[in-house]
Design a protein around this ligand. Structure first.
Ligand code: ADP
Length: 392
C-alpha cells in the first residue's frame, strides 16, 4: 500500500510517501520554520534530486497544503495517510482511523501537548478536506505506553488533582520503541522477551518492554522527564520549579523554556546540545564536555537499571536514534555499566555498527543480546495505516 506519512512538529512538518510492501520511499521532504518568517521547503523531486525552496508557512495548514499540492502536481497517489500525533492522552491505546470523534479527542487532550497536537490536528483537517475519500490514521506517540501497570503510571499526587487534570505518566517515542520491539523479535524470536529499548537522540527515552507490552518508560506527563537530553534537563527534584519561581523570580514560561530549551547537554557542556560537538570538545579535553558525557551516560545507566527492575530482568538491549545509532563510545560506556548483569559487548562489532542496519553487537555467549536497530517511525506508522485501513 502507498502511504503518505505526515509528521507535524511544533515548527516543522516532515512527510514521506512510502510503499509498505517494498519499503521504497517515492518522495519525502520537510516544511521548516512554520509560523516564522523565511520558511524553507525541501522536497525530493521525481528525478530524485533534493530541491530546497524559500517559502512562507504562516501555519501548519499552509505547510501541508504546499506538500499536497506538490505531490498532486507530480502525479503521486496514495491510499492512506498516517499522522504522527504526539499526545493521545487517556483515550488511545492504539492507532485510530480518523473520524470526527477521534478529532474531537485529539483536540481535547491537546493541552497536554499544546505545541504539537493543534498543528497535527490542522494537518489532518487539511488532508480530510482535500481528499475526502482517502482514510487518515492517527498514530500516537503515547498509545504504546498505555499498557503500563497502574503502579508505573500513577503520580503520587492527590487523587482528585490527578483525575481533574489527567496527570499520569504518558511517555513518548512509543512508535520508535514499538519498532525496536518488532525488529528485535523478528531477528531473535524466542530469545527475546524482556527488552530494554534505548532511544537516544536529541530527545531521549528508555522503555521496558515485556513480550511486546510496555512495563515502564522514562518520559512522564511530558517528554521533559527522564534522561538528560540535548536541551532538556530530564528528571530533577520537582521543587526546583517552585524554588526558581519563588526565589529567582522566574515566570512559569521562563522556567518552562529553561528546562526544555536551555538545559541538558547544552547547559552542562556550555557549548552545544549536539552530541558530536560535545564529543569533539571532550576529545580536546574540555572538562565541561567530559562532564556532560559522563552525566549523560551515568543518568542513562541509573534509569536503565530501574527499567530493568520493572521487568525483573532483561535479555535484550537495543540502541536507536542519532546518538544510539551512531555513537559507539556511548554504547560501550553504557554496556560496561551492566557488566555485573553479564552484558558483554563485542568491541569490534560495536565500532563497526554505524549505518549498517539492524545488527547484534554483543559478544558470543553474552546472556544479554545487545543490538543497534536504526529506528523507522515512518515505516511503523505506514504499517499501522495498512493494518487499520485493510481491517476496516
Ligand atoms: P531528534 O530526532 O530527537 O531530534 P536525532 O535522533 O536526530 O534527534 O539525534 C540527534 C542527536 O544525535 C544529536 O545529539 C547528534 O549529535 C547525535 N548524532 C547524530 N549523528 C551522530 C554521530 N555520527 N555521532 C554521534 N552523535 C551523533
Amino acid at each position: 500500500m502507498n502511504v503518505l506519512v505526515v509528521n507535524a512538529g511544533s515548527s516543522s512538518l516532515k512527510y514521506q510517501l512510502l510503499d509498505t510492501e517494498t519499503r521504497e520511499i517515492a518522495t519525502k521532504g520537510n516544511c521548516e520554520r512554520i509560523g516564522l518568517d523565511r520558511g524553507i521547503f525541501t522536497h525530493t523531486d521525481p528525478s530524485g534530486e533534493k530541491v530546497v525552496e524559500d517559502a512562507l508557512f504562516p501555519d501548519h495548514k499552509a505547510a501541508i497544503d504546499r506538500v499536497l499540492k506538490t505531490l498532486d502536481a507530480e502525479g503521486h497517489t496514495f491510499e492512506g495517510i498516517g499522522h504522527r500525533i504526539v499526545q493521545g492522552g487517556w483515550y488511545f491505546d492504539d492507532s485510530a482511523l480518523v473520524t470526527d470523534d477521534v478529532m474531537a479527542k485529539i483536540l481535547e487532550v491537546a493541552p497536554l501537548a499544546p505545541l504539537h497536537n493543534y498543528g497535527e490536528a490542522a494537518a489532518i483537517d487539511a488532508c480530510r478536506a482535500r481528499y475526502p475519500e482517502i482514510p487518515n490514521v492517527a498514530v500516537f506517540d503515547t498509545s504504546f505506553h498505555m499498557s503500563m501497570p497502574e503502579v508505573a503510571y500513577t503520580y503520587a499526587l492527590p487523587k482528585d488533582v490527578c483525575e481533574k487534570y489527567h496527570i499520569r505518566k504518558y511517555g513518548a517515542h512509543g512508535t520508535s520503541h514499538r519498532y525496536e520491539w518488532m525488529v528485535a523479535k523478528e531477528m531473535l524470536g524466542d530469545f527475546c522477551h524482556r527488552l530494554l529499548s534505548c532511544h537516544l537522540g536529541n530527545g531521549a527515552s528508555l522503555c521496558a518492554i515485556e513480550d511486546g507490552v510496555c512495563r515502564d518508560t522514562t518520559m512522564g506527563l511530558t517528554p521533559l522527564d527522564g534522561l538528560m537530553m540535548g536541551t532538556r534537563c530530564g528528571s530533577i527534584d520537582p521543587a526546583t520549579v517552585c524554588y526558581l519561581q519563588r526565589e529567582g523570580g522566574y515566570t512559569y514560561d521562563e522556567v518552562d523554556e529553561m528546562m526544555n530549551k536551555q538545559s541538558g547537554l547544552l547547559a552542562v557542556s556550555g557549548i552545544s546540545s549536539d552530541a558530536r560537538d560535545i564529543r569533539n570538545g571532550a576529545n580536546h579535553g574540555d572538562e565541561n564536555c567530559l562532564l556532560a558525557f559522563d552525566m549523560f551516560a551515568y543518568k542513562a545507566m541509573l534509569q536503565a537499571a530501574s527499567m530493568i527492575a520493572s521487568m525483573a530482568g532483561v535479555d535484550t538491549i537495543t540502541f536507536t536514534a542519532g546518538i544510539g545509532e551512531n555513537d559507539w563510545t556511548i554504547r560501550q560506556a553504557f554496556c560496561e555499566c551492566f557488566d555485573w548483569l553479564g552484558v558483554r559487548i563485542d568491541r569490534e562489532r560495536n565500532q563497526a555498527a554505524v549505518g549498517a542496519g539492524p545488527q547484534v553487537i554483543s559478544a558470543a555467549g553474552s546472556p544479554v543480546t545487545v543490538m543497534v536497530i536504526p529506528t523507522d517511525e515512518e515505516y511503523m506508522i505506514a504499517l499501522d495505516v495498512k493494518r487499520l485501513v485493510e481491517g476496516a
